[in-house]
Design a protein around this ligand. Structure first.
Ligand code: AMP
Ligand code: GLY
Length: 427
């Protein structure tokens, strides 16, 4: 098969890496790809937002399967465009992608399907936000309805803070129309986990659990980022907890949408808060998580392409996914200054040394090849991923590999996996 992967991050590198191991993959393209992906796939300079350009490329090159990495094209309807043109695509259609594209859609769906989650209210004015705070209390979580590149959620400690956030979102429109509706939520306490499943719109197959670290600094401090590291499995996701998430969140959502005539196909990512009262749904994503995917796919032994084809109705038999029992850890190396301003174009040294270590894979995020060198080209640069006999060893190996890589200004967290290690050690 000829397979096209859309996107340019370490998530897409992990997807391409796993797809390249499939016996079904004969040729892989990636649009636009990056400096690491270029060693496994032919990179083509088409942006993920250029749906017409991607469709034209896939049709012209007789691509058999297109795998969509990021959410924005899914929310824009890339799956509809491909399917309507008779092309196979992995990922949900536009109406189903609203689960990520509209927080208010998810709020309404949660109510209709009876999903466990924080109490939520829909607001379209600063006054309504303030009133919601009186009902839901503080801290108050405010979420811009639409896509905001991961910046659309604010946790407000006071009425004054909520007013400022509401004004920025609704009046100043810092996220454009994405902030015309704001969903206010009760603040939940607990430990977070990411549960990803594959689904064909009827049946559901869970992937290995994982957890990411969103904050820039050690101890989960500082501003939010796209994710500074991850580990799999997440010890907080016991078999009992997974079962509960499947029966109270995932299955009712897939079945409820189907009743509304919306068939959800692809991967569904539930962001779960494990509270004292059980698992609660914080958000859905309609794509693989980044950097969770790097840790999850590093452990997948089965053929990913076959499992993806199942979501598209190619076979009826549920994929039986086999996992490496060993845990994995991914440490993100970022450019100095990220998530604020940073410089690019720094030469990256030591990649071969790191990749030569046993059970280590270095996934590229913001890199490109220039004159035979690999240089930095983004905020998150690399996702250094390792397996180990236990989480501690996986962590040690990942950091050993990180220690072999150098570029000017490199920043990374030194404590990826700490929460899980604490849980394992019982400390
Ligand atoms: P979301 O994009 O909805 O997952 O929000 C991003 C992050 O904000 C989550 O990963 C949580 O850390 C936090 N968050 C979102 N909603 C809540 C909530 N209701 N209570 C506490 N934290 C939340
Ligand atoms: N790691 C969080 C996300 O992919 O949204």
């Amino acid at each position: 098969m000829k397979i096209l992967v859309i996107g340019s991050g370490a998530r897409e590198h992990a997807l391409v890496w796993k797809i390249a191991q499939s016996k079904k993959a004969a040729k892989i393209y990636c649009a636009p790809g990056n400096g690491g992906i270029a060693s496994l796939a032919e990179c083509v300079a088409i942006k993920p937002g250029d749906i017409a350009g991607l469709l034209e490329f896939a049709a012209r090159h007789l691509v058999d399967l297109t795998v969509v990495g990021p959410e924005a094209p899914l929310v824009e309807g890339i799956a509809d465009a491909f399917e309507d043109a008779g092309l196979n695509v992995f990922g949900p259609r536009r109406l189903a992608a609203q689960l990520e594209g509209s927080k208010d859609f998810t709020r309404t769906a949660s109510e209709a399907f009876g999903l466990p989650g924080p109490r939520s209210m829909r607001c379209t004015s600063v006054e309504q936000v303030v009133a919601s705070g009186e009902t839901l209390g503080y801290p108050l979580v405010l979420k811009a309805d639409g896509l905001a590149a991961g910046k659309g959620v604010e946790i407000c400690e006071s009425v004054a803070a909520a007013k400022i956030t509401a004004e920025r979102m609704i009046k100043d429109r810092v996220f454009g129309s994405a902030g015309d509706i704001v969903v206010a939520q009760e603040f939940l306490e607990g430990e977070e986990a990411s549960i990803l499943v594959l689904t064909n719109g009827t049946d559901v197959v869970p992937l290995a659990s994982s957890q990411d670290h969103k904050r820039i600094f050690d101890g989960d401090r500082g501003p939010n980022t796209g994710g500074m590291g991850a580990y799999s499995p997440a010890p907080v996701v016991t078999p009992g907890l997974l079962d509960r998430v499947m029966t109270t969140v995932i299955r009712p959502t897939i079945a409820g949408l189907k009743k509304q005539g919306i068939v959800y196909r692809g991967v569904l990512y539930a962001g779960i808060m494990v509270t004292k009262k059980g698992p609660k749904l914080l958000e859905f994503n309609v794509r693989f998580g980044d950097p969770e995917t790097q840790t999850v796919l590093a452990r997948l032994k089965s053929d990913l392409v076959e499992a993806m084809l199942w979501t598209m109705g190619e076979s009826r038999e549920l994929p039986r996914l086999e996992w490496d029992r060993r845990p994995s850890v991914c440490v993100v190396m970022a450019s100095g200054g990220y998530p604020g301003n940073y410089e690019i174009g720094k030469t990256i040294e030591g990649l071969d040394h790191a990749a030569g270590l046993k059970d280590v894979v270095v996934f590229h995020a913001g890199t490109k090849q220039v004159d035979g060198r690999i240089v930095t080209s983004g905020g998150r640069v690399l996702g250094v991923t390792a397996l180990g006999k236990d989480l501690k060893e996986a962590q040690a190996r990942a950091y050993e590999a990180v220690g072999k890589i150098a570029f000017e200004g490199a920043h990374y967290r030194k404590d990826i996996g700490w929460r899980a290690l604490k849980a394992v050690d019982g400390r």
